[in-house]
Design a protein around this ligand. Structure first.
Ligand SMILES: C[S@@+](CC[C@H](N)C(=O)[O-])C[C@H]1O[C@@H](n2cnc3c(N)ncnc32)[C@H](O)[C@@H]1O
Ligand SMILES: [Zn+2]
Length: 382
């Protein structure tokens, strides 16, 4: 690899980092792993939210490992923007990345330890208050080590871009990496996030650590979860109690976390996904604390991040397992009524609805599948 690759300086939040001008090296195009360092602007909102979360939850003096740091942008933003003094370590096994990490830390006036290790090995050797996994593709190879390496009360941040596996486009990929059955279609994104969280909880159990998701979100390009660690065998046992299966009935639209293999509402056969996390995926206290940090934050994607956080704050208060209104309309053969009309019909029944951040045609509601069907029928009548 050439050390002469041309670099540009990018600004995001309060950080300025050197990144390669193009994701190509002298060895030619193609393999991303060949790129000297890596910068993905599509992750700016992900980093905005993660920085808000750290501002809300990190304690002064916490040790933070940005384990797959590339340019170091994520870790540097934590150091520069949270207002919490942190001991930052940035690691990347790519020699060009490691050199760039040193330079980027200096350029931003951040004191950071830079290491050039295979993360899988590094995770076996120490513990940190925060471990960040931001891989190319799947975090699966690092989950065992990462769940061992977080201190009691600390946080694990996981980004996954192997979306086709987790969302069930390629179910075999999901089975191999996460030992779980995905569910392609209506509930795909939520199932994906829950499979990822469930995989963390299951991997952590052997280290006698319990991980609980406190913040999670999805786009078509990535899944992102932050989980809190609590050490102890009993806590790990309790976390495993929240790992189970999801069933979904193609006939009547029922969906629930259940170990049954037939529909409790109509008795028909169901689709099954899991094992996956069945507990909350968003913690209300955390989203509230993040909201409180927004007015003084330096966000890279101001409008998008604020909007997303608003929707997520609502979802934190909503029941799991949303309904896609178009899919419900198809199932009931009534076309696709407007979301506003369905929400209105639900309100008449005394039911509440919340938006879903990754699907504008979907709602979360406290209504049963039967009530939801009725609301969709009513709304389609005009
Ligand atoms: C997607 S990039 C990280 C992006 C970065 N966190 C950001 O916010 O811009 C993944 C990085 O992980 C590094 N990497 C991949 N496998 C690794 C391993 N086993 N140990 C250490 N670094 C690794 C790659 O060199 C690459 O720079
Ligand atoms: Zn049914």
């Amino acid at each position: 690899m050439s050390g002469e690759a041309s670099f540009v300086v990018v600004e995001e939040g309060k950080a300025r980092v050197k990144v390669p001008a193009a994701e190509r090296t002298e060895r030619g195009p193609g393999n991303k792993e060949d790129a000297a360092v890596f910068y993905n602007p599509a992750m700016a909102t992900n980093r905005d939210l993660a920085t808000l979360l750290m501002a809300a939850r990190a304690q002064p003096g916490w040790t933070v490992l940005d384990g797959l740091a590339a340019s170091g942008l994520r870790g540097l933003r934590y150091a520069l923007e949270t207002g919490v003094p942190l001991a930052l370590e940035m690691n990347d096994w790519n020699p060009v990345a490691a050199r760039t990490l040193e330079e980027n830390a200096k350029m931003n006036g951040v004191e950071a330890k830079v290491t050039r290790r295979n993360l899988a090995a590094l995770l076996q050797e120490q513990v940190w208050d925060v471990v960040e996994l931001d891989p190319f593709g799947s975090p699966a190879p690092f989950l065992d080590g990462a769940t061992r390496a977080v201190r009691d009360g600390g946080l694990l941040g996981v980004t996954a871009t192997d979306t086709t596996g987790l969302a069930g486009v390629f179910p075999r990929v999901c089975r191999r990496r996460y030992d779980a059955e995905p569910m392609h279609g209506e509930l795909g994104h939520e199932v994906a996030l829950r499979i990822l969280a469930g995989s963390v909880a299951r991997q952590a159990a052997k280290h006698e650590v319990a991980f609980t998701p406190i913040f999670s979100h999805a786009t078509d390009h990535y899944y992102r979860i932050t989980l809190q660690a609590r050490r102890g065998a009993q806590r790990a046992d309790a976390a495993l109690e929240s790992v189970g299966h999801l069933i979904s009935c193609p006939a009547c639209g029922h969906r629930s976390f259940s170990e049954e293999r037939s529909c409790p509402e109509c008795g028909g056969p169901v689709r099954v996904a899991g094992p996956l996390w069945t507990g909350p995926m968003l913690d209300v206290a955390t989203t509230d604390a993040m909201q409180a940090k927004v007015p003084t934050a330096t966000l890279a994607r101001w409008r998008e991040t604020r909007h997303l956080l608003n929707v997520l704050s609502g979802e934190a208060r909503a029941p799991p397992l949303y309904y896609d209104i178009h899919k419900a309309g198809e199932r009931l053969k009534v076309g696709s009524p407007s979301t506003a009309k369905v929400v209105g019909a639900l309100a008449q029944m005394g039911r509440v609805a919340w938006s879903v951040h990754f699907n504008r045609l979907a709602i979360r509601t406290d209504a049963t599948a039967k009530e939801m069907n009725e609301a969709v029928r009513m709304a389609s009548l005009g």
